[in-house]
Design a protein around this ligand. Structure first.
Ligand code: SF4
Ligand code: ZN
Length: 318
């Protein structure tokens, strides 16, 4: 059994990329240092913030909620609450909602649930069926991602949040990076940095990713060590997504050449720098976002992606 590189106790964590093994105590210190470094380096938070954690009830967002809830106890100007967007995915979401509600009630965290049904008019299950009947070319994750981002911004603003923290980890980010490269979708890549905004739009709530430099296996271990990872539910649509394949590919590469994930993250940062200099990407902070002509929400185009999808689905009247 591997021994902690610092104190020699049995290790709970091994990093081949860093040539490091850590016991529970030293892993948690390492994890904390890593997240704090990201928060400092990218200036994710201000002295006074209402941070709303985009919580799905899954392991990453539960780990983030736990981490920020505890950190905020030592920062007087911070308030941390949780916001869950319930897409209405039968046989899945109800379990993760329960995990969030149980945690929030036990730890005294304010929480809010925003439903697809209330904001869009239909559950994701129903939207996926309607899309198929209409012969639209989209996978479930497309509707899910677009509507979830739309609702998250609206609901966060409605509850008075000043910033939304999402549980995206390094693995999620490099997967999205590669998916966008595969789809030749360079404009979306500039969005993948640790902070989006402050965009020059009064309705846009800033988004930050405190786990930007933390591996998925590290957030998972953090969640396990704090008793936050009590079951593994998987979205029934997950296997249909391109992310599923890209994730497996990157994990295989990492297995063969430890450190590949960190290299991809550094490549992403280089790509963002180059794209910004070339003026490629979504409207910059200086230019400001558009205001959707149909719903009035901030948008990257004159009509927001959520309204475009609603028009295609035939569930929006103009
Ligand atoms: Fe939504 Fe796709 Fe994630 Fe399921 S796997 S929750 S459909 S984004
Ligand atoms: Zn719109």
């Amino acid at each position: 059994m591997a021994k902690c590189s610092i104190c020699g106790k049995p290790a709970v964590y091994v990093s081949r990329a860093a040539g490091l093994a850590l016991c529970q105590r030293h892993f948690l210190e390492y994890f904390d240092r890593k997240v704090r470094r990201t928060i400092r380096r990218y200036q994710l938070f201000k002295p006074r913030e209402h941070i709303v954690v985009a919580a799905s009830g899954g392991k990453d967002s539960m780990a983030l909620l736990h981490y920020l809830h505890n950190l905020a106890k030592r920062v007087p100007g911070w308030k941390v609450s949780a916001l869950l967007v319930d897409e209405g995915i039968g046989g899945y979401r109800e379990y993760t909602v329960k995990r969030l509600v149980d945690y929030a009630e036990e730890h005294g965290v304010e929480y809010y649930i925003a439903k697809f049904k209330d904001y869009i008019g239909y559950t994701l299950d129903k939207i996926v069926r309607m899309g198929r009947e209409k012969g639209l070319p989209y996978l479930p994750c497309t509707y899910c991602g677009v509507f979830r981002r739309y609702i998250m911004n609206r609901a966060a603003r409605e509850i008075g949040a000043t910033v939304v923290a999402t549980g995206h980890n390094l693995d999620d980010i490099v997967q999205t990076f590669l998916m966008n490269v595969l789809g030749n979708d360079w404009a979306k890549i500039v969005r993948l940095g640790p902070v989006s905004g402050p965009a020059n739009h009064p309705r846009f709530v800033r988004k930050v990713k405190p786990f930007y430099e933390v591996l998925e296996k590290e957030t998972t271990l953090y969640a396990v060590l704090h008793g936050l990872y009590t079951g593994f539910e998987e979205c029934p649509y997950a296997q249909m997504s391109m992310r599923w394949t890209v994730r497996r590919m990157i994990n295989e590469l990492e297995e063969r050449s430890p450190g590949v994930k960190y290299s991809l993250l550094r490549s992403l940062e280089t790509a963002i720098g180059i794209l910004r200099r070339q003026g490629i990407g979504e409207p910059s902070d200086e230019e400001g976002l558009y205001t959707c002509a149909l719903c009035g929400e901030p948008a990257a185009h004159p009509i927001c992606r959520a309204c475009q999808l609603r028009l295609e689905l035939g569930i929006m009247e103009v």
